[in-house]
Design a protein around this ligand. Structure first.
Ligand SMILES: *Cc1c(COP(=O)(O)O)cnc(C)c1O
Length: 379
């Protein structure tokens, strides 16, 4: 059996090696390493895939979130509502810009922002909401956008884990994750569903003025060459990464299907296990399974993880400490936030390997290992 990894990027690369190598070679020969043709072409292709007016590439997903908040002119002290149950980047950039992160609990089934809790957390200082489509499940965007409209707030979608996912509205219309809020942000970190071979990220918007502002902020606040209107940052996707992404974007739906097939197999295998809650899939969210994360009930998570390691099965805890309990946020009184669902989930979740290259014998081995531990727990 091929060794099991959380994400098998090596075998994925092997399958597309001739195309990727040729695309990288082309960039090398053009020597247009920054803002080369590949970057513009990739942005256009992603724009079409997402059915959105503007895609602005940048250096990574964290920068995308920061640039979004800068482009919206959020000011020190403004409050930004976000989940605590997320990767730290979401909350970190809020604090970095001297905005105030207001942590809100997540829905116990979807693990995404609880919209009722969002509305309760709104104050006169609230300026924006940042939903996170955690693990690839799209947050409940329709009621969230309604709350945002009612209170005149911006919505920035953290779509780092859900590119290619989509959301179905009550009227039956469907939109891609990341294209519903005012700005969508994503990451092309190698292990993400659409990953490059280094760092990369992008912002999406349908708003022309906002797109212009985002481009300016991402490029030293520059409006015309060497004329700088606002304080910005330097955040670019390089041409080599764009060339890799141009090969992988046409395969994204296939990659998502491969991930969903792994999730289906896990779901079926664990359906009769009382100690396991398998990932929920809301009817309006097309889940792209960046992670396959289950909840363990009445079983020792660390012992399971240790046992799986002895069987050469990796497993990860995303995330063991929620943002509001990180030392980084102590001075914001982070721990004072009352987020029972988040606190509960951080003690119960465990993620199993899921990727585009999983073989049946690997899957069978993972399932067998999980089941044998739970059926015969060590004393
Ligand atoms: C990966 C990730 C980010 C940050 O992306 P980088 O490209 O690593 O900066 C932000 N938010 C979430 C939810 C992520 O998973």
């Amino acid at each position: 059996m091929v060794p099991i990894q959380m994400v098998d990027l090596k075998r994925q690369y092997t399958k597309i090696k001739p195309q990727v190598d040729a695309a990288i070679q082309e960039v090398l020969e053009s020597a247009a390493f920054i803002n080369g043709g590949a970057v513009q072409k990739f942005a256009e292709e992603l724009q079409q895939y997402l059915d959105i007016k503007h895609v602005i590439p940048c250096a990574n997903g964290t920068d995308a979130l920061q640039i979004a908040m800068m482009a919206l002119d959020l000011q020190p002290g403004d409050e930004v509502i976000t989940p605590s149950f997320t990767f730290i980047a979401t909350a970190e950039v809020i604090a970095l810009l001297q905005l105030k992160p207001v942590f809100v609990d997540v829905d116990p089934q979807t693990y995404c922002l609880d919209v009722t809790a969002v509305e309760k957390a709104i104050t006169p200082k609230t300026k924006a909401i940042v939903p996170v489509h955690l693990y690839g499940h799209v947050a409940d965007m329709e009621p969230l956008m309604a709350v945002a409209a009612k209170h005149n707030l911006y919505v920035i979608e953290d779509n780092a884990q859900a590119i290619g996912g989509n959301y179905t509205f009550a009227d039956g219309s469907v939109k891609k994750a990341g294209t519903i809020g005012h700005i969508g942000c994503t990451s092309f970190f190698p292990s993400k569903n659409l990953g490059c071979y280094g760092d990369g990220g992008a912002l999406f918007t349908n708003d022309d003025a906002l797109a212009a502002k985002i481009r300016m902020v991402a490029n030293h606040g520059q409006s015309a060459r060497y004329y700088h209107d606002v304080v910005g940052v330097n955040s670019r996707l390089d041409s080599v990464q764009a060339a890799v992404l141009r090969i992988k974007l046409p395969l994204l739906d296939e990659y998502i299907n491969a991930r969903r097939a792994v999730a289906d197999a896990y779901d079926a295998a664990f359906a009769d296990m009382p100690q396991i809650t398998t990932p929920y899939r809301a009817a309006n969210s097309y889940h792209v399974f960046h992670q396959y994360t289950l909840q363990l009930n009445g079983a020792d998570r660390n012992k399971l993880q240790e046992y799986l390691a002895t069987q050469q099965v990796p497993a990860m805890i995303y995330y063991p400490v929620p943002a509001h309990r990180q030392r980084m946020f102590e001075h914001f009184g982070g721990a004072a936030f009352d987020l029972p669902v988040t606190d509960h989930l951080t003690t119960k979740v465990i993620s199993l390997p899921i990727h585009t290259e999983m073989d049946k014998d690997q899957l069978d081995h993972i399932i067998h290992s999980v089941k044998s531990f739970l059926n015969n727990p060590p004393a």
